[in-house]
Ligand binder design. Structure first.
Ligand code: G3H
Ligand code: 13P
Ligand code: ZN
Length: 314
């Protein structure tokens, strides 16, 4: 099966009441950890690359690493479906570059623009992508926090208007839509109690039947990793994510794609910090990167089985 689009994945996820995990990748260990978890749980998976990841690792390296992961998966006797997706495409040119370069899915993030400008930009990407068999995720509404180089303060947070969402999908022809219901990027999502606007999600689903919704900023920031980071020399007090029960609930509703990046960063950093403190003699990167890779595998396995519910759906 190898590289596929999200089309059938989302149809199945919608009907089955589960969500596909979309994990951000920017190096070999992250890709290997995620693929090992998806392979052993027999789960479809979305590997997503941000503009920042492309800049860090070089787009050619990332594409080849994903190809290598798919080949290794096949050699192991499995054949899980994998989507290569551009996360938060900032402009048409970046989307075009990824479509031309073999991505099967792109996100155009026009959420910082006016409704009309967002529609026009998204439609331009949809027209280019669909002619080439590539699917498009768009975004409407603003997530509080940091989205690549877009900085939206908490007070400017703007939930998605369901009526606008219906109109936006009709006008653009996008294949999935990221909406703002209270999640945000990074490790500091809530000051007080965690709250998501499930009423908005329900209303969007009512207006857009069977249409796949995407949840960004969906890391749960496990306390275990926060404590480990803080214990072994880090300082991330008060880090807080989306409770996993809320993500589970969203996955049973119209949400078909759940984005996770911060939990990967935390899993790796916590384990590398612990290794440096407990094993000060270590100076082989394979020792600590190997531990980080295993931590990613374990964390992603847990998400797939206990949160997303997409195990055995490959
Ligand atoms: O939503 C953004 C992702 O977490 C990617 O972050 O731009 O630092 O690669 P990045
Ligand atoms: P987190 O920061 O919650 O992991 O969100 C990641 C994301 O939405 C990537 O697009
Ligand atoms: Zn995001």
């Amino acid at each position: 099966m190898g590289l596929v689009t999200t089309k059938k994945m989302f149809e199945d996820a919608y009907k089955g009441g589960y969500a596909i995990g979309a994990f951000n990748v920017n190096n070999m260990e992250i890709i290997q950890g995620i693929m090992e978890a998806a392979s052993k749980t027999n789960a479809p998976v979305i590997l997503q690359v941000s503009a920042g990841a492309r800049k860090y690792a070089n787009p050619i390296y990332l594409k080849k690493l994903v190809e290598a992961a798919i080949e290794c998966n096949k050699q192991s006797g499995k054949d899980i479906p994998v989507v290569l997706h551009l996360d938060h495409g900032p402009d048409f040119e970046t989307c075009k570059d990824c479509i031309d370069g073999g991505f099967t899915s792109v996100m155009i993030d026009g959420s910082k623009y006016s409704f009309e400008e967002n529609v026009a930009l998204t439609k331009k990407v949809v027209d280019y992508a669909h002619k080439r068999g590539v699917v498009v995720e768009a975004e409407l509404g603003k997530l509080a926090g940091i989205e690549d180089d877009v900085n939206v303060s908490q007070s400017d947070a703007m939930y998605t208007d369901p009526k606008e969402a219906e109109e936006f999908v009709k006008q653009t022809g996008c294949d999935s839509l990221a909406i703002a219901i209270g999640t945000s990027h990074g490790a500091y999502k809530f000051k007080g109690e965690a709250k998501l606007r499930f009423d908005i999600l329900e209303e969007v689903a009512k207006r857009l039947p069977n249409f796949p919704i995407v949840l960004h900023g969906a890391s749960s920031v496990p306390q275990e990793f926060v404590d480990m980071c803080n214990k072994y020399g880090g300082s991330i007090p008060g880090a807080k994510g989306v409770p996993e029960e809320m993500l589970r609930k969203a996955a049973t509703m119209a949400v078909c794609k759940i984005n996770i990046d911060s939990d990967i960063r935390l899993a790796m950093t916590a384990n590398i910090r612990e290794c440096f403190v407990n094993e000060p003699e270590v100076f082989d990167p394979r020792t600590y990167l190997g531990k980080a890779r295993k931590a990613v595998e374990d964390m992603v396995t847990h998400k797939i089985v206990d949160v997303l519910g997409c195990n055995d759906k490959a």
